[in-house]
Structure formats: C-alpha cells, structure tokens
Design a protein. Structure first.
Lengths: 718, 491
C-alpha cells in the first residue's frame, strides 16, 4: 500500500539534483524528495525484516514517478537524511544486542536499582522491571577516581582479565563501560575500553565518558547501557543501507537525524545509537518551525496526530525545546532530546466508559491492526477514527483516496453498545463527546509544553500535522484561544520533510562554576571563544561552508546551592558589564516564571557555558503551488458541530489555488489529510499550498501579524 | 455503572478534573527544579495539593503518600486558626505534629486562592527540610524524649500577610535552625509552588467559571466516593484483627519487649472502619505516630490493597473512618516525640492493615517491605565551605511479594510506596566530605518463596574529615511478613 501526495508528475531533467528525507517508522516509511523544481512525497509500507530493502523499494517508486531509474535518481541525489524509530523499537521490543556492563567495584547494581523508584505507587500487582543487563552480566572492576578527577585506585588488572573472560564466555555482543566520576577523568574507562577492543574485536564497546560525560551515575550508566543495547542493531542497518545505496549508484552523503533535532554523520551514528533513539519524531518540530518561518513566525507549537499517539513540541523564538528528562520503556536516557511530549491519543485510540461512568479515550489504541471498527479489519472497540466518521468529518468513500471503504454501520453499532448505551446518550452525541474528550487530552498535552513551562499558547502558531491532526486542530485552537493554525502541505509526512530541513548540530559545554556577581569576564569570554572555535571546526570538518555556520551561546545559572540550573541565553560576542547584568536579570525573571519565585538578593552562580553550533540546512526551496485551477468544490455532506448536523461543502484540497479561501463550516479533503473547518473558521491556501486556518473574526493577514516577532514585545512571558 | 447525577457536561467534567491534577504537577515541577537541599530536588520528599474552599482534598501529586493523606489536617488547622483573617496574598506555614502535621521536619506551606474577591481554593506544599533545629542532626534526634527536644514547632503563622513579607516569622524560624540558607531557600521554593498553583487556578476559574468548577469538583469527589464504596463492598463483611511490633526494644520494666500496634478492620457493606483500640501506650522515643500520620498510613494500606487506581481525594476517603485512642502510639498526647512516624511507624501501621485485609482477601495479601532506610545528618564540606544536610536514602530494603508477583528490590519504603528517589552517589560525594565505599544489592537478602521478596542494598560510607553529625537507627528488617510466618518479605 503506497500513496503519493497527489502532486503533479514532473519529468526530471538531467540538471536536477535531489535531497531525500526519510522517516522509517514501525508501519510506514515516509519519503520526501526535494528537487530544484518540485517535491514528491510518498508513504510506503515498512518491512521490519528488511528495512533497507523496503526503503530502496520506496526510493525506486519515487524514481519511477520522476521518470528515472533508481540508479539515475540516486546518482543525482546529494544527500539522504535518515530518521527512524529502529533504535526505539529495539528497546521497546527487547530486540537489542546481548549486552554486558563493566562498572566500578562496589557499585554493581546501581543501574538496576533505578534510584529506588517505581512509577505506579499503589498497584500491588506490578512485576519488578526486567533489567536490560542482568546482574550476572555486570562485572565489577576495582578502580576509583574522585570528583576532582584524581586517581585514588588504579585499575585492577585481575578484575579486567576476569571481566574479559566472562564477556567472552557469555556470548555478549556489546559492552558498556561506566565508572564512577569518569566525566572528571576518563583514563580508566578508556584503558579498559582498549583492552576490550583488543581482546574482543567483534564486540561493540560504549564508554560512559563518551556517551554522556556528565555527573549523575545512574543516568550516565542507563544512557550508556541503552547505547550499548541499541547501537549494534542500528549500526548493522546503517552499514547495510549505505552499502546497498552505494551499489545502486549513490555517491552523496547519508546523514542521520539525532533525537536532539540536529543531524549527524554516519560515523558517530554507528557508535552512538542512543543519540538517534527518537530521531523520527524529533524532525517534526524542526519542520513545524520551518513552515512557520515561511510566514515570518518564530513561535510554533507543532503537533502530529497519527494512529496511536499525539506528539506535541514547542519552539520558542526559533528554538525547538529540548529536554534531558526522557525515559523510554522505563529506561532513563539523559541526553538532550527534542522535548516531544507524547500522549496516547490518535485516530486508533479506543473510546470507552470507565468505572466512574466517565467517557474515556485512550491511551490504549487499536493501532493499524486490528484498527478502528470502521476499517473492517477485525477491530471491535470504537476509536476516535470511528467517532470522526460518525460525526461526518471523515468520508466513508474517500478515505485514503478511496483505497479503504469505511464501514459506518459497524462503527455506529460499536458506539451504541460500548459508549452511547452505558452513558445514556445517543450515538452521535457520544461520538461527538469522544471527539471532545480526545481534544481535551490534546489541549492538556499542549498546556503541558506551554503553560506549564511558562509560555502563553496564544503567542504561537499551531502547526497541525499527521493524518488525523487537521480534523481536530480548530477545536483545539479554539479551546486554547490560539489565533492561527498552519496545516503543512506535507502534513501526513511532516517528519520526513523535517529531516530535509534539519541543521547539522553540535553541542559544546564547559563546566565553569563562578559567582555571577563576581564574574571573571575575561575567563568566560575565553571559554566561549574556545567553545565557538570547537563548534566551528567540527562543522567545517563536515564540509559546512563558513557562511552556513551559526553559533549561539548560553549559560546555565542557578542560585548557590540549587541542584538544577536555568538556561539563560547570552547574546553578543563581548561580555560587557551590562551584558552580565542582563544575564542576571533574565535569570531572576525566568526563575520566577518557572518556579513562582525569585530571590534577587540571593547569590547566583554560573555552572556551565554552552555553545551550539549549527550547519544550517540549505533552505530547500518550496515550489509554488501550481493548482490545477479546477473548481475545488466536490460535494456536500452532513457534519456535526456543537448543536447538530449541518450540511457543509466539501473541497478537494489539491484543487485549491494559491490565495484561495474556504469559509467554515466546510471540509477540505486531501488524500491522506482532512481539514475540518467549524463555523467561524476560515482557511486560506498560501502560495506554496500550505493552509492557514484562523477564526474569521480576523483576516489572515491580521492573524499572521499578531504572531510575528515584532508584534509580541515581552519575550517569554505569560 | 454509575448514572450521571448532575446536568454538568461530562466532557467539561473530565477537562476540569484533569486540569486540577495538572495544577498540582505544575506546582511540583518548580520544587523539583529549584530546591536548595537535595531532599526536594533529588529525593522528591514532598507533596503538592489543591483543596477547595470547603477544605476538601481535590487533587494531589503523591511522591510521598504518607504526607498526602495527612495534609487535610494541616489545611483544617490553618483555616480554623485564622478564621476570617485570611486575605489575598497570605501565605501560611505550619509544622506542628499536634496541629495537623505528620512530624516536625515536614513543613507545610499553604496559600489561600482568591478569585473575584472570594476565597475559592487552598494550595499546599509540604516537604521535608534539611534542618528544623533541636538536639539531633537534620531534624532527627533519636535521644528526644519529648517533642521539644526534636526541634522547632511552628503553629499556624503567616509567612506573607496580604502579599507583604512577614519578617518576624521568618526570623524566628531561621534563627532556630543551623542550616539557615537551605531552610530559607526551600521555604521560598514552597512559597513559589503555592504561587504557581494560585496563578494556574485563577486561570482555570477564569476559563471555566466558578459554577462549573464547583460542580465539577462535587462530581469528581462524589464519583471517587462511589468508586471507593464499590471497592469496599467487594471485601467480605467482617472484623479482621492484626498486630505488628515496632523495631524498638523497650527498657526498664518492659525491657526486651517491643511496643505493638494493634488494630481491627471492620468491613460493613460499603464502609470500612479501622480501630486501634488496644495499641500500646505512647513511648518517650520518636516512634509515636501523630493522628494525621496514623490516618494517612491507613489510607496507604487500603489504597494499595483494594483501590490502586482510585484518585486519592476527599471523596475516596469518605467511606473510611479511623479511631485511635488518645495516649497510644498511634495518637499520642501533645508533647510526645514523633520524628520516626513518617517512615518506621507508618510502615508498621501499613503492615497491620495489610495483614488484617489478607485474612479477608488472601489473593491480595502483601508481604511487608523493609521498614526504613538509615540515618540522617549534617556535614561541613571544607572544599566548598558549605554545610549541608543529608538523609541516607541509599540503603533501601526490598519490597514484599504479593500473590503472583515478586517484591521489588531496593525500593523506597512503604511511606512513599516507591515514590521517593535515592540521591545520586556522585553528587553526594561532591557535596559531602564522605566517600561511598559500597552501594549495591546485598546477595541473598531477598526472601525465598514461590514469589520472593526484593533484594536490599548494602551501603558503606567513610567520613574523610571532621564536621559530620550523624543520626542513625538500626533494626530495619521487619520480622514476620504475610502470610506472617516469621520470615522476611516473601510469600
């Protein structure tokens, strides 16, 4: 089952060069091809037993559409940027490498002791977690370094010898090495790592001082253990993909998306699999920000509502929010990752009535199989997609371009029996209720990334992507009082589009504890100079031209004695006294906003200096909308809004011309995306075929103006 | 199936209920981010909660369940004390175990939330402080025979009056603690959490209106009550007895005996009553459990057996009542020391509730967990010149098994049900002049059985310099676990 986005077929000519964005998910592979004159997008089925093969098959279809052979197409492709959930799935399904851990003697179980917590407090029937690395494969090494990096006890040769023998005996494929305070002095880890590599050349080795050179033992061990567990799987895949692409004529660069939102080369990707653990979804927010940028907006809340989950992420002042607090399948990963907040709310989310008699949606999902009841593939529990169908938002005939006829009667029956009956409501009301409840969950998720972190959602454009997203976007925007929604033309494959738009990125940090009041400005300036140099060198080394390099500085600041810091941007290259005062002011202000208080009289200190170096992606040109000029109105149908059914016009999105408007209530359909416009909303098609949706109390121009940087003077405030 | 009883839109109901819980999470996030002592930021030893204007617990984050079930007593004490003298911008404080707190090191900070000039909510942040003065280290004095030796007792008082900093109250408190900077920073952190809650609730009231919010709260509480009644109804009617001993050897006339907590759980239809009549008298040692702590411990025993998925709020607590005779271990007369009640005595009470209920529902039987983890102290770090306080959360014991499931290894004790977090060993060594020599499972410490208990941890520490004051306790392995056969933590 594949589908193209319905773009016009354009024959390639020999001067065309291509960039390819790839998002390999569990069920689908999304592809986005950007050429100098046109773009193609394609969704194709993934094959977990031969992902590289499935990807090549997808590329072949794209090539065909361009009138090229796969070889011709790959020869003209400069860059393939690859995101995937391969590493995540290896972790979720426990399909990673057989892994061992070497750690400081006396601390053998820190990894599996998980800091003594469990997430569900009261449930007496919880099995203890099944460790990624069981105790018998955790080998103590006698050695000790202290917090200043001084060696207290040299590495004990005998314990290394025993560990190497045990690793060999137990058929381990990958070894993590994590010693106490290795972030302060990595000599012991490196020495043991070399011993392992020499003795066991086929075994992958991950050093905690390379994976995450930061304080906090459990976090560092866990991140390193996950790296050891997933990297061999990802490395095998990437190696095979690289080889097969080369066989077919690809001479360009294969780059890999990181969970932090930047792109890396193949070499680090093959050593640090954990860095790309969420590399698929991480590209969404980058894309959202880029689409917003087309209209001069730098504040965007990007949402992606797929079959099982709703991903939301916030970008403030052109920066995608990044977190280090992630946990995947119970495994703590303390690397910076795009702060994609995920809840179980998607088209496949199951609608039910709980013990309190409350309508409940998700987090369980019917997934793609058996899927919603209306798919007729064996699903028996009503889902959000069934609700969307019953209230007229989806078309039974035109779903997925007519490839799948939806069974409305079955959906109705399931809703009657399992939801409407128990609630004492009629079926349509219950379905509309499910629509509202899932919207409320999504609203809550958006509040989580905005209000909870001190951002007023009204200051942001809501980028609505994913197959199901634009069905729900207007209702969500109304609840949050958001004045503008952007539905990207590539809404259904936004992450693949995001791969194309992501910058190369390197983060550099220097620990530098210093009182903010008595700051040694020259030392700090010197550190920033070094960090900037290192970032620049790394990017130049990867072939980024100097003109495409962008560097930004920040400082982690806290009140003396606190355990976490507030990141404060540092602008300008010279640290004048005013600039330092500005950092202090910003710190108190951000601290108050986040935590409800500030202590301007209390001593504050700088803890870390940070520089982010970016090799800016070539802004892929967005070809203008050609539109076929035909009338877009294709019919009418009944859709439910608030009080009852209204007969609304249905438009074919592919036929909308640039600048054309649709006034709600109406429905705009594309092959893999449906936009629902309630009364009071209006849609405008921009020059590139994206949709700008806004309440009709304002013109689209007014709605845009209100979100552009000049319009909102007070940064970051609620 | 519960029939909807009001005309309130069920969707709006869900939205408001979720939002209220979201507010408590927002309050807690600030405390995790910004505290001065590792006890909030690293250990999560605190709770945040929202009460309505009728002082009913509406929503909460439960990092430490034993603090939560007791928090309604604190709100009531503060509200009773101030009566009409409550105005916008007030922030109150309280730590007295005899006025609604668990024990003295946990300080409650509360703020009344006004909307359009009317009191609508109270928000609360209760957390464990690095120091509360007194004769021990870090608020823990094992030698205390009375509450006065344990530390400062703070009655309901105002930290801010109408938004104005109440210097006198702050100075009285800060003068009486050794670790002034830590206590001041953490109190501000709690005030901040209340401010965050105040703002968020104001926005919620503006968005949904007073009436809808009030009705949603009534409905949420009623439904939680109904849910709890359903759960209790499943427990066979009857009277179930249990008795558990504290890990403390009495002296003098009772030499060699351990004080016992005795209770009977009476289940009648949809109601459940816990009666502690027959428990031993209070002792001049810090194991006495304040009444609030006793009630809270009963909730833990109950929720963790029959209602793990029921929201902990005032509604869910309605079908449950607790009698604890005055002058006993579980409701001491004013003045008895109480510091250990949040951990060791809480665990002992929870064990007794589990033991009683296991007779009624053998499939739900739970074995005892390790009761506590050892020690607290203060230390001066010469390298940084800074004093600090620590609780030695490292030496966690194993959790008990339940029918069908092994116990969890190295798990935070029953008072937190696995909710509080061990400090990081590296941050610990960077902060204190100590070296951790060993921190790992103790081999063979998990009890055998079809479903075994969890492993406990060994923790060995060396003090590198002078300047450390330490208070430790011993005897942390509970003897006798369900089915109460004098063996450890397994079934």
């Amino acid at each position: 089952m594949t589908s193209s986005g319905g773009y016009q077929l354009v024959m390639s000519d020999s001067r065309d060069r291509y960039l390819v964005g790839v998002d390999v998910g569990g069920t689908f592979i999304d592809l986005m091809v950007s050429g100098s004159r046109h773009r193609l997008l394609r969704k194709t089925l993934s094959d977990p037993t031969d992902r590289a093969g499935a990807l090549l098959a997808g590329l072949e279809l794209v090539a065909e559409e361009l009138g090229l052979s796969l070889r011709e197409f790959l020869q003209r492709t400069d860059r393939i940027i690859h995101g995937s959930t391969i590493a995540t799935n290896a972790l979720l399904t426990r399909g990673g490498a057989r892994t061992a851990l070497l750690t400081t003697a006396g601390f053998r179980d820190v990894l599996n002791m998980r800091r003594g917590v469990r997430s569900d407090l009261y449930d007496p029937k919880q099995a203890p977690p099944d460790p990624l690395i069981p105790r018998q494969r955790i080998h103590p090494i006698a050695e000790r370094v202290n917090g200043d990096g001084a060696v207290l006890e040299a590495v004990d040769e005998e314990s290394v010898k025993q560990a190497v023998a045990a690793v060999r005996r137990s058929g381990v494929e990958s070894v993590a090495v994590g010693f106490l305070f290795s972030f302060a002095n990595d000599a012991h880890e490196r020495a043991v790592g070399e011993r392992l590599r020499a003795a066991l050349p086929d075994v992958h080795v991950s050093l905690s001082s390379e994976v995450l050179p930061e304080v906090r033992l459990y976090e560092r061990l866990s991140t390193t253990a996950v790296n050891a567990y997933v990297t061999p799987v990802l490395a095998d895949y990437l190696e095979s993909l690289e080889r097969r692409l080369a066989d077919k004529g690809f001479r360009g660069r294969l780059l890999v998306m990181q969970s932090s939102g930047g792109v890396m080369g193949l070499a680090p990707a093959a050593r640090f699999g954990v860095r790309s653990i969420l590399s698929g979804p991480a590209a969404g927010p980058v894309a959202g920000l880029w689409y917003a940028g087309l209209h001069g907006i730098t504040d965007a809340i990007t949402t992606d509502m797929g079959g099982t989950s709703f991903d939301v992420c916030l970008a403030n002042r052109g920066e995608v929010e990044v977190t280090k607090e992630m946990e995947i399948a119970g495994h703590r990963i303390a690397l910076p990752m795009v702060a994609v907040h995920t809840i179980g709310a998607g088209g496949g989310s199951i609608v039910s009535v709980d013990g309190r008699g409350l309508l409940r949606v998700g987090p369980e999902s019917a997934g793609a199989t058996p899927g919603p009841v209306c798919y007729g593939r064996g699903g028996t529990q009503p889902t959000v997609t069934d609700a969307d169908l019953l209230i007229g938002y989806l078309s039974a005939e035109r779903f997925w371009g007519g490839r799948l006829r939806l069974d409305e009667e079955a959906a109705q029956e399931a809703f009657r029996r399992q939801v409407a009956g128990p609630l004492g409501m009629d079926v349509v009301r219950a379905a509309y209720g499910a629509y509202q409840v899932v919207n409320a969950s999504m609203v809550d998720a958006i509040r989580e990334v905005s209000v909870r972190r001190g951002h007023d959602p009204r200051r942001f454009v809501l980028v609505a992507a994913g197959g199901a997203g634009p069905i729900h976007a207007c209702a969500i925007a109304r609840e949050l009082d958001i004045g503008l929604i952007l539905v990207p033309r590539e809404a259904s494959v936004m992450c693949a589009a995001g791969q194309l738009l992501s910058d190369l990125r390197h983060d550099f940090v220097k620990s530098c504890v210093m009182s903010l009041e008595r700051l040694d400005r020259h030392t700090v300036e010197a550190h920033y100079r070094d960090l900037r140099q290192a970032a620049e060198d790394a990017l130049l080394g990867e072939g980024v031209p100097r003109a495409r390099i962008a560097l930004s500085c920040a400082a982690d600041v806290r009140y003396v004695g606190q355990f976490s810091e507030v990141e404060v941007p540092v602008t300008g290259t010279e640290l004048t006294e005013d600039a330092v005062a500005g950092v202090a002011r910003d710190f108190h202000r951000i601290h108050e906003m986040l935590n409800g208080y500030s202590m301007p009289e209390a001593a504050a200190e700088i803890v870390n200096l940070r520089v982010v170096g970016r090799g800016l992606a070539d802004a892929a040109p967005m070809p203008a909308r050609s539109g076929d000029g035909g009338a877009s109105l294709t019919g009418r149908r009944n859709a439910f809004f608030d009080d009852g059914f209204i007969e609304v016009p249905v438009h074919d999105g592919h036929r909308l011309a640039a600048g054309e408007n649709v006034r709600g209530p109406a429905i705009v359909e594309q092959e893999t995306t449906t936009v629902v416009l309630p009364p009071g909303f209006q849609l405008a098609c921009d020059a590139c075929g994206n949709y700008l949706v806004h309440p009709d109390t304002h013109s689209v121009q007014e709605s845009l103006e209100r979100l552009r940087p000049a319009a909102s003077a007070s940064p970051g405030s609620t | 199936m519960i029939e909807p009883r009001t005309t309130l839109d069920p969707i709006l109901l869900t939205v408001i209920a979720n939002r209220l819980e979201g507010v408590t999470r927002e309050m807690g996030a600030g405390m995790l981010r910004s505290s001065r002592s590792p006890i909030f930021a690293e250990n999560k030893d605190f709770v945040t909660a929202v009460f309505d204007r009728r002082l009913r617990l509406v929503a909460q984050t439960a990092y430490i369940p034993v603090l939560m079930g007791a928090s309604p007593f604190a709100v009531k004490a503060v509200s009773d004390h101030f009566g009409d003298d409550v105005e916008p911008g007030d922030v109150m404080i309280l730590n007295d175990p005899y006025r609604g707190n668990n024990h003295a090191p946990d300080i409650s900070v509360l703020k009344p939330v006004f909307f359009q000039g009317q009191l609508r909510f109270w928000v609360l942040s209760r957390g464990h402080h690095a120091d509360i003065g007194g004769g021990g280290a870090a608020g823990r004095n094992p030698h205390a025979a009375t509450a006065w030796e344990e530390g400062l007792r703070i009655p309901p008082a105002k930290l801010y009056r109408g938004g104005v900093y109440n210097r006198d109250v702050w100075e009285i408190i800060l003068l009486n603690v050794r670790l002034r900077a830590l206590v001041e920073g953490d109190l501000q952190c709690q005030v901040g959490a209340c401010n965050v809650g105040d703002r968020a609730l104001g926005q919620m009231l503006e968005r949904y209106g007073r009436e809808s919010v009030d009705r949603a709260i009534d409905e949420v509480l009623d439904r939680s009550e109904a849910q709890m009644r359903e759960r209790i109804a499943v427990v066979p009617d009857g009277v179930y007895h249990a008795s558990r001993q504290l890990d403390h050897l009495l002296e003098d006339g009772d030499a060699g005996r351990r004080p016992a907590i005795r209770l009977r759980v009476q289940v009648e239809g949809e109601g459940l009553h816990v009666d502690f009549t027959g428990s031993d008298p209070q002792i001049p040692v810090y194991y006495n459990s304040s009444y609030a702590n006793t009630v809270s411990s009963c909730y833990i025993g109950l929720f963790s057996t029959i209602a793990p998925d029921v929201a902990v709020n005032e509604g869910a607590m309605r079908p449950v009542s607790v009698t604890a005779p005055e002058g006993t271990l579980v409701n001491p007369r004013e003045g008895a020391p109480t510091t250990q009640c949040t951990v060791a005595t809480c665990a002992t009470i929870v064990e007794a509730v589990w033991m009683a209920l296991s007779e009624a529902m053998p499939q739900r039987a739970q074995a005892a967990w390790a009761r506590t983890n050892a020690g607290a102290g203060t230390a001066l770090n010469r390298r940084t010149g800074r004093p600090g306080a620590f609780i030695l959360h490292f030496a966690k014991g194993g959790g008990g098994a339940t029918h069908g499931f092994d116990g969890w290894s190295h798990i935070s004790p029953v008072s937190s049900m696995g909710g509080s977090r061990v400090p990081d060993p590296e941050l610990y060594e960077l902060t204190f002049p100590h070296r951790i020599l060993q921190y790992e499972y103790r081999p063979d410490s998990a009890g055998a059985g079809e479903w075994r208990g969890g492993y406990g941890a060994v923790f060995a520490l060396r003090f590198n310099e002078e300047g450390t004051a330490l208070s430790v306790q011993t005897a942390m392995v509970p003897r006798g676990a369900a089915p109460w056969d004098e063996t450890e933590g397994h079934l």
